[in-house]
Design a protein around this ligand. Structure first.
Ligand code: AMP
Ligand code: MG
Length: 326
């Protein structure tokens, strides 16, 4: 896939619009109200708005493509939710003028549950809990062909653009194309530059990143691993696939996601890792599960063949896998 291909252009345009919508909602409403889905995870008007915009733009250009996306409009269509649907529609209108509530719901429902030979995986807001706290979150979109990620884009609207200026400008767009490298851009899609993972050769130089939410990963297991490998720098806790972005640009060396003891059999969702994984790999990193197996983007919405996640700068991958075995 070429850098100027319609897939890349559409993905960038969709991520920029969705990211602007999410930031507008975060600033206007401090994230707004959240509803609880049947699995008790939160969903906000920004999740719905982001999915509506991205699905609409993809379907318009690629009507035959499948989109496997996290949300659907079932809850939004309930009669007691009409006020929330009204809010979603108003925000979507700021980016796609004259859209009706019915259209917004139908765009959200372009999302499907089954993977095909070629499909897009979308998390309209990854790290919804981070979004609601005013911390990190990401809009994650990937194109997958025959189980392989070909294109990944991560918009991280609240992530500092440059580690040297952690309180400076915020908003990053990460893009990776199979075989063509990883790049960071500003949140408007300009100022594109290549990014690379850290060159750390010794585990003792490493910095680990992990989830903020203790239910999403086993922090204690990560701590034990750090001790075993003489990693003394404190772990960096961050929500969402922004973790893949900061690893890809060399700020941290390892992203650990050992399944939490509360849910040891947890199967990861493809939209939580597809975009991030290609961004880390194309920047020179390596991505597997905690047993060293490649990520499974072909089985369905769940990564049935995997357990947890390990991302590294490549150099340290084997030594960390060994330490995880013990
Ligand atoms: P993070 O921000 O890295 O903690 O990851 C956020 C993602 O964690 C959400 O999008 C959920 O899909 C996912 N998630 C929810 N429950 C679990 C769990 N028990 N273990 C691992 N990930 C989970
Ligand atoms: Mg997610």
């Amino acid at each position: 896939m070429d850098r100027n291909s319609p897939e890349v252009m559409t993905a960038i345009q969709a991520a920029i619009k969705a990211s602007a919508l999410c930031e507008k909602i975060r600033v206007d409403l401090a994230g707004g109200e959240s509803l609880l889905k049947s699995d008790r995870s939160p969903v906000t008007i920004a999740d719905y708005g982001s999915q509506a915009i991205i699905c609409k733009l993809i379907k318009e250009r690629f009507p035959n493509d499948t989109i496997v996306a996290e949300e659907d409009s079932k809850e939004l269509r309930r009669s007691d939710r009409s006020r929330i649907l009204g809010q979603v529609t108003n925000y979507v209108n700021a980016f796609i003028p004259a859209s009706s509530s019915e259209e917004v719901c139908s765009w959200i429902d372009f999302g499907s549950n089954s993977v095909t030979d070629r499909f897009w995986a979308l998390d309209p807001i990854d790290g919804t809990k981070g979004f609601l706290r005013g911390d990190q979150y990401a809009i994650a979109l990937a194109l997958i062909e025959k189980g392989r990620v070909k294109l990944g884009i991560l918009a991280c609207p609240n992530l500092y653009a440059d580690i040297q200026h952690p309180f400076g400008e915020r908003g990053c767009l990460f893009l990776a194309l199979k075989g063509k490298g990883s790049f960071q851009m500003d949140s408007t899609g300009v100022n594109k530059r290549p990014i690379y993972v850290s060159k750390a050769k010794s585990p003792s130089e490493a910095i680990i990143t992990e989830s903020v939410e203790p239910d999403h990963a086993d922090h204690l297991a990560h701590q034990r691993l750090a001790q075993k490998l003489n990693i003394s720098k404190p772990s960096l806790r961050m929500d969402s696939q922004a973790k893949y972005g900061i690893l890809a640009r060399g700020e941290v060396t390892l992203y650990l996601r050992v399944p939490s003891s509360a849910e040891p059999g947890y199967k990861e969702n493809i939209w939580d890792h597809a975009a991030g994984s290609i961004i880390a790999e194309e920047a020179g990193g390596r991505v597997t599960d905690v047993l060293g197996r490649p990520l499974d983007f072909a089985s369905g919405i769940k990564m049935e063949k995997n357990q947890g996640i390990l991302v590294s700068n490549g150099i340290l991958h084997e030594v960390v896998l060994k330490a995880l075995e013990m």
